[in-house]
Design a protein around this ligand. Structure first.
Ligand code: G6P
Ligand code: ZN
Length: 541
């Protein structure tokens, strides 16, 4: 066994996006592609000599092979120990927990999140830092710089490690420690929530349907919901992770989790429905007959947080990404706590949490989380909801009705235009950006504009500034439209149009109907149909 140094050249396009480097699987499998990126991570973070890392992935196609490469490259660069989930599996929140619990120096998560997997699907690599969270911009930019100057990488020549066997293995001087991917995470959930109350809930006949979408949360949800809490066998569906996610799109929203939605809207709906994504950090919550938007979910969790043992002392503060609806803002106001507005991407919450300024946070993109880890956490959000329902003995629909009656309702929807020509999408944004200063005071589609800007974020903890994070236009009465280009797509550009309006009287309208004036204003402002050549959005959530 020896260390081999392989000559290589920079490969264009290895810039980490909103959530790590995400490419099609064939691109990742191309000659040197993965090796170049992993070596650039090591180079960008100052090497891994004597360091301890965590490694795992969502089990998609190429996960197992890529894990062996990462291990060999960690060994070749002198890492002391790598803690790996059995069979190279770890959900993103479980990986974040392990990094923190084991005081590792960082971790590699192999996942393209909710993007489809398989030989023709997507693959991804994320690097998380010692706090358990996604690498912040100053780290990812160093990694990107390293990808542009790389000339060689080091890799250990050896046989594959048998990652199905728990315990310690060796790769040269490096220890490979294979751990149960579920155990530490389940122990953490037990510390946060009232497991007795949850057991009593299920014992009382409460029915849940959890759709793991053939992705990583299957084993976690089965162990916790069915084995530990006593939910009926079969409550977790699509619970075995598959390399191609059963050819599905493991994104928990009403479009991609349609069978679950249909069941929840049907005559024999269980009390609670939920789904999670490829790597287990996203969540969808749906009650009998009512889909809860991620923005509303965050607000409801914040309003009821003290019912949960871990948050019984109250919240330090809350945070939401800019395009997420302002529903949680009013809860924060009522509670008298801080509410932060950050750019899209989980990495922006980490500083606030490390500084003790924020306990709970969330994003419109189906992410909710707290300072228990430094990633969003799908199954945690589900347990949070269940714990509230167990304590309140109320249905999801009634809880939301009560919430809206108290705080008003933020009707919310996101319209996505996918795979749009990148030049056309950039032109749309640039043109609108150039007109922003003149917009306040004008009226479009009957709505008066009160504010218009390109969102920039000044991090209150480290003072860094992040610019051009999306165009936001506010209207009289609290309605809002936000336009932004996705940072996670792999084909062309995806234009996201986020629409929001507030109502304190009509609380049970259809969202698209309630938003019709805002939708018309967005079209008039940005000429979306013309510029994208699309008559309608590809996806409406
Ligand atoms: C990933 C990140 C999220 C972010 C989302 C936005 O899922 O983990 O924090 O909200 O991407 O994706 P977009 O495609 O809108 O850039
Ligand atoms: Zn994800």
């Amino acid at each position: 066994m020896s260390i081999q140094t392989v000559a290589t050249q920079p490969i264009a396009g290895q810039k980490p996006g909103t959530s790590g480097l995400r490419k099609t699987t064939p691109e990742f499998q191309a000659h040197h592609f993965l090796e170049n990126f992993i070596q650039s991570i090591w180079n960008g973070i100052g090497g891994v000599k004597d360091r301890t890392l965590v490694l795992g992935g969502d089990g998609r196609h190429f996960n197992a092979e890529a894990a062996q490469v990462v291990l060999r490259m960690a060994a070749a660069s002198g890492a002391r120990r790598v803690i790996v989930g059995r069979n190279a599996l770890l959900s993103t929140p479980a990986a974040s927990n392990l990094i923190r619990k084991r005081r590792a120096d960082g971790g590699i998560i192999l996942s393209a999140s909710h993007n489809p997997g398989g030989p023709e699907g997507d693959f991804g690599v994320k690097y998380n830092t010692a706090n358990g969270g996604p690498a912040p911009e100053n780290v990812t930019s160093k990694i990107f710089e390293a990808t542009k100057t790389i000339s060689e990488y080091a890799i250990f020549v050896s046989h594959d490690i048998d990652l199905s066997k728990l315990g310690e293995h060796r790769l040269g001087d490096m220890v490979v420690e294979v751990v149960d991917p579920v155990a530490d995470y389940a122990a953490l959930m037990q510390k946060i929530f009232d497991f007795d109350a949850l057991r009593a809930l299920f014992q009382g006949g409460f029915r849940i349907r959890f759709d793991a979408m053939h992705a990583i949360t299957g084993p976690y949800a089965t162990a916790i919901l069915e084995d530990q809490l006593g939910a009926q066998r079969g409550s977790v569906i699509n619970g075995t992770p598959l390399p191609d996610f059963g050819k599905g799109h493991p994104d928990p929203n009403p479009i991609w989790a349609k069978p679950l939605m249909d069941e929840m809207m049907g005559p024999d709906a269980p009390d609670f429905g939920a789904a999670s994504d490829g790597d287990g950090d996203r969540n969808m919550v749906v009650g009998r007959g009512l889909y809860v938007t991620p923005s509303d979910s965050l607000a409801a969790l914040a309003a009821n947080a003290t019912l949960i043992p871990a948050y019984a002392g109250g919240l330090q503060g809350v945070a939401r990404s800019m395009p997420t609806s302002k529903a949680v803002d009013r809860v924060a106001q009522a509670l008298g706590i801080e509410c932060f507005e950050t750019p899209t991407g989980w990495k922006f919450f980490g500083n606030l949490m490390d500084a003790g300024r924020c306990t709970l946070c969330g994003e419109e993109s189906a992410g909710t989380g707290s300072d228990h880890v430094r990633e969003k956490d799908g199954l945690w959000a589900v347990l949070f909801w269940l714990n509230i329902l167990a304590k309140r003995q109320i249905s999801v629909a009634d809880l939301m009705a009560e919430h809206w009656a108290k705080y008003g309702r933020n009707y919310y929807s996101r319209h996505d235009y996918e795979g749009v020509d990148a030049t056309a999408a950039n032109a749309l944004m640039d043109d609108l950006r150039s007109r922003l200063a003149a917009l306040p005071g004008t009226t479009v589609a009957g709505l008066t504009i009160t504010s218009a800007d390109d969102f920039a974020y000044d991090d209150p903890i480290d003072g860094s500034r992040t610019e051009a994070q999306g165009i936001r236009i506010g209207f009289e009465g609290g309605a809002r439209v936000v336009l932004r280009l996705s940072g996670t797509g792999t084909v062309g550009a995806t234009l996201r149009v986020y629409l929001e309006t507030v109502d304190t009287e009509n609380l049970h309208m259809d969202a698209q109907e309630a938003l019709a004036p805002v939708i018309a204003a967005a079209e008039e402002l940005a000429g979306i149909k013309d510029r994208t050549g699309r008559a309608a959005p590809d996806v409406i959530t």
